[in-house]
Unconditional design. Structure first.
Length: 276
């Protein structure tokens, strides 16, 4: 049986890119932070099934809640970087990006006590316009893999023509994209997030199984701690599309994850893609 990669992007609800026009970065410290309790729930679910995963964690979160980082490492999971302050790579230049990923890596390693070699860009914001210098910066900072280029067409991110599976992005760095399924001459998302909440679970299961059976590849699945939190504060003033994308089927997420953990074999990104 193929082992798929289970990944969690450790950020809180108020740090979601779609909420940036409504929640100022300067106000984050005044928001109710719920990430610690949600990560604790996730760690409990994984422990019940004996699953080890990769946690792409914000440096901002790690600084304020170091106990989250220590619990991730103590549970045998991989600690990886989601950057420092959830700034999209497409909003930075090379100098600012290098500073961000270096700062995050240093914080995570100091708290977790293990090397941090994996990175995922906020909102999958590495693409055609910046991938050259972004991958060069990641390699320079000491990362060995990225999971930041989503090979789909989306209004906020995506690079539809990018390779669908793990490939060399730089002589010392591989890119491991979130999973897609190829059908009707385009790539379709099959790797979690809002799509997992929107689609019936049976369809998500079928798509992952197809990647394992037909493509003979490990799937890369992702979700966020806030997606399990049906009681999170509602953000006022957001548009209909943003509200739908963020809150749809949150009340069903935990049960769907439990099915997912039971139906497939899961592991850490580094163990699956860097084990050779």
């Amino acid at each position: 049986m193929i082992t798929n990669a289970l990944t969690i992007d450790v950020e809180d609800y108020f740090q979601v890119s779609a909420f940036a026009p409504h929640i100022a970065r300067a106000d984050w410290d005044q928001c109710e932070c719920r990430v610690a309790r949600n990560v604790d729930r996730i760690l409990g679910m994984l422990d019940e099934r004996g699953v080890r995963a990769t946690f792409f964690t914000l440096g901002w979160i790690a600084e304020r809640y170091p106990e989250i980082v220590r619990a991730i490492v103590a549970g045998g999971h991989e600690l990886a970087s989601h950057g420092y302050g959830h700034q999209r790579v497409s909003d930075l230049d090379a100098k600012a990006f290098l500073e961000d990923i270096t700062r995050a890596k240093s914080i995570l390693e100091d708290i977790g006590g293990n090397p941090v070699i994996g990175y995922r860009a906020p909102s999958f914001s590495i693409g055609t316009s910046n991938r050259g210098w972004a991958f060069e910066c990641l390699a320079q900072a000491g990362y060995r893999y990225s999971s930041s280029v989503y090979p789909v067409k989306h209004d906020h991110y995506g690079m539809p023509d990018a390779p669908r599976f793990s490939h060399e992005a730089h002589p010392s760095l591989i890119e491991v994209p979130p999973t897609t399924v190829r059908a009707f001459a385009r790539n379709w998302p099959a790797s979690g997030g809002g799509y997992f909440r929107l689609m019936p679970y049976a369809l998500s299961r079928r798509l992952i199984a197809r990647v394992n059976k037909t493509d003979r590849q490990a799937a890369v699945f992702y979700f966020h701690p806030w997606e399990l939190d049906k009681d999170q504060p509602r953000v006022p003033g957001i548009g209909v599309k943003t509200r739908f994308r963020h809150y749809v089927n949150i009340h069903r997420m935990e049960d769907r994850l439990k099915y997912l953990l039971k139906d497939f074999q899961w592991g850490r990104m580094d163990h699956i893609f860097l084990s050779a």
